[in-house]
Write a protein that binds this ligand. Structure first.
Ligand code: NAD
Ligand code: DAU
Length: 360
């Protein structure tokens, strides 16, 4: 079996559902269930004997040791993290705790377990660390996309903590020989995406008749990858990636934020026209920029294509349409995550921004 951390979050839950749909190998799913973790994402496998959910913290070394000794997973896929840049600006402490200390605690537990394995199992073992393109910093409009050798230059507390975790993983391979793999992926979108991130937030706000907040001038560029494509890439790296290596994963879909928001409005205009008439575009509102906002990310994903034969199956046009349709079909899921804690976050992040916008 494999052990997944953070498998109740956006990408982790998509990965667990995909994994169990593709093969019969069981999954232990360790997740702390922070605001971002949601067991409703896993309803389809809640009674599946191949899925064992454990509520727990990756900082809990005793729990990790017990899970590893009891279940003897052949691989770890490490998703658990604090993942939202804006939250890292409001409060970096949780990011240090989970992304750095938590990854360290996981590496220590896994090292102890791995070192005691018989030789053949030690050789076959894998630790796959799921990371982000944000560790590379920001690009100018004409710069070449990030490759696996681009120097790290993280600019937010989130990306700095992910960079630190990448370095720890690298050092455990280099120093102890732990068979690690690291993936650095661009912006994911798709089902079960928590509606504080751009795409699901815009869909939710548009449908609720609220304003659609664009940070700064909306010309910041992200590369977008449909989440199922990310899951396929991770499976491919786990199967055939070379240990000690890193693989960049991207969708070859660079888009300015404003264009993404326009696309979402246009699809909603078509699939669920406003009862009052007019376009959802009329709800767009420019608000104060994110401090330290990275201008552009772009991924050169040729290494994973060349070495492992992976490339994305979805274009942005196909993936974004599926995503909007998923949100239209899953109102109950959206309503459920829009709890009191979610409303508190919206107030914390957007009230000050709106005030700054009025003064501008
Ligand atoms: P998410 O915030 O949706 O989910 C994170 C999950 O980790 C949640 O289920 C949460 O409960 C769990 N978690 C948090 N702290 C924990 C702890 N201390 N112990 C155990 N579980 C804990 O995140 P996501 O968007 O699914 O991202 C998953 C991973 O992929 C992260 O490592 C992130 O850095 C990386 N990544 C995300 C994207 C993206 O676009 N979302 C892109 C590239 C890489
Ligand atoms: O690049 C990979 C990263 O993508 C992951 O490592 C992160 O975990 C993930 O959250 C995502 O980070 P971003 O900061 O790029 O995603 P977010 O959805 O928060 O923002 C996308 C862009 O949209 C970014 O330029 C900020 C902008 N934005 C975001 C929000 C929430 C707005 O203009 N308005 C908003 O209200």
């Amino acid at each position: 079996m494999i052990l997944v951390t953070g498998g109740a979050g956006f990408i982790g839950s998509n990965f667990v559902l995909d994994w169990l749909a593709q093969n019969n190998e069981p999954v232990i799913n360790l997740d702390k269930l922070t605001y971002a973790g949601n067991l409703n994402n896993l309803l389809a496998v809640q009674n599946d004997p191949r899925h064992l959910f454990v509520k727990g913290d990756i900082n809990d070394g005793a729990l990790l040791a017990q899970l590893l000794a009891q279940h003897k997973p052949r691989a770890i896929v490490h998703f658990a993290a604090e993942s939202h840049v804006d939250r890292s600006i409001h409060g970096p402490a949780e990011f240090i705790s989970t992304n750095i200390n938590g990854t360290f605690s996981l590496l220590e537990a896994v090292r102890a377990h791995w070192q005691a394995l018989p030789e053949a199992e030690r050789a076959a073992f894998r630790f796959l660390h799921v990371s982000t393109d944000e560790v590379y910093g920001t690009l100018g409009p004409d710069d070449a996309p990030f490759t696996e050798t681009t120097p790290y230059a993280p600019n937010s507390p989130y990306s700095a903590t992910k960079a630190a975790s990448d370095h720890l993983v690298r050092s455990y391979h280099h120093t102890y020989g732990l068979p690690t793999l690291t993936t650095n992926c661009s912006n994911n979108y798709g089902s079960y995406h928590f509606p504080e991130k751009l795409i699901p937030l815009i869909i939710a706000n548009a449908r609720a008749g609220k304003s659609l907040p664009i940070y700064g001038d909306g010309q910041q560029v992200r590369d977008w990858l449909y989440v199922s494509d990310h899951c396929t890439a991770i499976r491919r790296v786990l199967e055939s990636g070379r240990t000690g290596e890193t693989y960049n994963i991207g969708g070859w879909n660079e888009k300015a934020n404003l264009d993404v928001v326009h696309t979402l409005c246009d699809i909603l205009d078509e699939l669920q026209p406003k009862a009052t008439g007019g376009s959802y575009r009329e709800q767009i509102s420019y608000v104060a920029d994110r401090p330290g906002h990275d201008r552009r990310y772009a991924i050169d994903a040729r290494k994973i294509e060349r070495e492992l034969g992976w490339k994305p199956a979805e274009t942005f046009d196909t993936g974004i349409r599926k995503t909007v349709q998923w949100y239209l079909d899953n109102d109950a899921w959206v309503r459920d995550v829009q709890s009191g804690a979610y409303l508190t976050w919206l107030e914390k992040n957007y009230t000050a921004r709106a005030e700054q916008n009025t003064e501008a």
